[in-house]
Design a protein around this ligand. Structure first.
Ligand code: FAD
Length: 467
């Protein structure tokens, strides 16, 4: 029968302290906590947890190594499958993935797999040096567009298989959303950069400030000597509510708000000369990770009251459970079953209020979530001077518009063969948010893994049968 020792809790900064800084909230296990948690793993003969991991990390094996105090080996075991373990240990929605299948979860708390993954990878980063492995080269050349989790995974896997990989990234830094979206207090940027360095240590070349579709098209890359191209350009185009008043001053897309706060370092003003204006009462529309991050940034930037305004109920909120809990602890207020229908400004064009209508839930829609319906006559207004729209993102269309023959859906995502991630063009593969629409780090990495395998097979077949 499954043992029922309680799960080791994650030490965190106190609420009083953390709402005034951008330092990491979750402090990570020390050795004692890591060993205590690892000890809860039953090392099941037929582990179910691996089924829940899109990149199939050998979970019981790495936890066994932690139990044996072999932390570096544990990190290496994870890295056999996952190039970004310190990132995944921090931001993966484990409760919906590996931990959901943990047998201990039937009667109590599942093993804190993500927390152990974080412990092992942090231990390795802090206590060892990156070594440059010797890899036999195949002569294959691959261009990877975008350096988010999907691009980094493809790049790492193909480099390990002996191909020369060049990552083309439009921003001045690598890491995709991990760098420009997720705030420092959830995912410190030095952690992301350490994992990028690991990918670089495998021989991957990074070319920054290089926007594919503007500098060179996919076709030009294919004609320019690359055997294959992977498109991992993400979903960086914000969606809007399309309600009256959405252009008032004081209303941001979550993309703009988070990029200015994190990547442009508004949170370090005046050290960085790039401030952002945040008022006293902030309404964040949406309830995913992006919304929670925006709300918690607004609080740290000095807002007195921050509301999450969401048209469904708590059960349907897409954000990671842990982050909803953190947001609540910090005093973020949740206005659920509430839909904004109009923003109201003053005569100078600045936002003053939002008009909302209460919702009730009816039958599930195509997403499986219960559909919200307005309750007639339930309109009310709330005073806010800043709004952040966090209701989802779509792919940026540059590549789709400049690549003849690349089939896309009506949502602007790229159509692929789901087993190989090949697009409608030979030698051109795609994965991550640009295919699935905005999703998760680990699903983007899972897609990258599949693509890397298919690209490898494609290049080897091409080299064996040159036409
Ligand atoms: P991205 O990470 O978007 O990377 C794409 C990269 O491609 C970017 O660097 C972009 O600059 C570059 N690019 C785009 N177009 C071009 C071009 N034409 N040429 C060259 N480069 C280009 N997921 C979780 O699992 N857990 C979380 O807690 C979580 N929190 C999130 C919080 C926020 C604020 C956001 C925005 C997302 C969050 N997600 C989270 C989702 C997750 O980050 C994404 O699903 C994931 O990053 C997608 O990876 P990707 O590789 O497809 O794309």
């Amino acid at each position: 029968m499954a043992q029922r020792k309680p799960r080791a809790e994650m030490p965190k900064q106190t609420v009083e302290k953390r709402v005034h800084n951008f330092d990491e909230v979750a402090l990570g296990f020390d050795e004692e906590l890591a060993l205590k948690e690892a000890d809860r793993c039953l090392n099941c003969p037929k582990p179910q947890c691996i089924k829940g991991c899109p990149v199939e990390v050998s979970i019981p094996e790495f936890i066994k190594l932690v139990k044996e105090h072999k932390y570096e080996d544990a990190a290496k075991k994870i890295k056999e499958k996952n190039a970004l373990p310190a990132v995944c240990g921090r931001v993966c929605p484990q409760e919906e993935q590996c931990q959901k299948f943990c047998v201990l979860g039937v009667r109590g708390d599942p093993v804190g797999i993500g927390r152990l993954e974080r412990y092992a990878s942090d231990w390795e980063r802090l206590n060892t040096k990156l070594d440059t492995p010797k890899i036999e080269q195949t002569g294959g050349k691959v261009a990877v567009v975008g350096s988010g989790p999907s691009g980094l995974t493809v790049a790492a896997d193909l480099a390990k298989l002996g191909h020369r990989v060049t990552v083309l990234e439009s921003l001045h830094t690598s890491g995709g959303v991990l760098m420009y979206g997720i705030p420092q207090f959830r995912l410190p940027k030095e952690i992301v950069q350490a994992e990028v360095e690991y990918v670089r240590s495998l021989g991957v070349e990074f070319r920054l400030d290089s926007t594919v579709g503007l500098l060179a098209t996919i076709q030009e890359l294919m004609n320019g000597g690359y055997d294959a191209v992977f498109i991992g350009s993400g979903a960086g185009l914000p969606n809007f509510l399309r309600v009256p008043g959405e252009n008032l001053k004081g209303i941001y897309s979550a993309n703009e708000f988070l990029i200015r706060t994190n990547l442009m370092k508004a949170y370090k003003f005046p050290e960085y000369d790039t401030p952002i204006r945040v008022g006293k009462k902030v309404g964040v529309i949406g309830a995913g990770n992006v919304a929670m991050d925006s709300a918690r940034c607004a609080l740290r930037l000095g807002a007195e009251r921050v509301y999450i305004i969401y048209r469904r109920s708590r059960d349907e909120m897409p954000a990671r459970a842990e982050e909803v809990e953190n947001a609540e602890e910090e005093g973020i207020e949740f206005m659920l079953l509430t839909n904004p229908i109009r923003f109201i400004g003053n005569d100078r064009g600045f936002l003053e209020k939002v008009e909302c209508i209460k919702q009730r839930l009816s039958e599930p829609d195509e997403s499986g979530r219960r559909r919200p319906e307005p309750i007639e006559g339930s309109n009310f207004t709330t005073e806010i001077d800043t709004a952040v729209i966090a209701i989802g993102q779509s792919p940026n269309p540059i590549i789709q518009q400049t690549t003849h023959g690349l089939e896309t859906t009506r949502h602007g995502t790229i159509v692929v063969n789901e087993e190989t991630m090949q697009t409608t063009l030979p030698g051109v593969y795609a994965g991550g948010d640009v295919v699935s629409g905005a999703a998760t780090v680990i699903s983007a990495m899972g897609a990258g893994k599949m693509a890397a395998k298919a690209i490898h097979d494609y290049i080897i077949a091409k080299k064996n049968n040159p036409t």
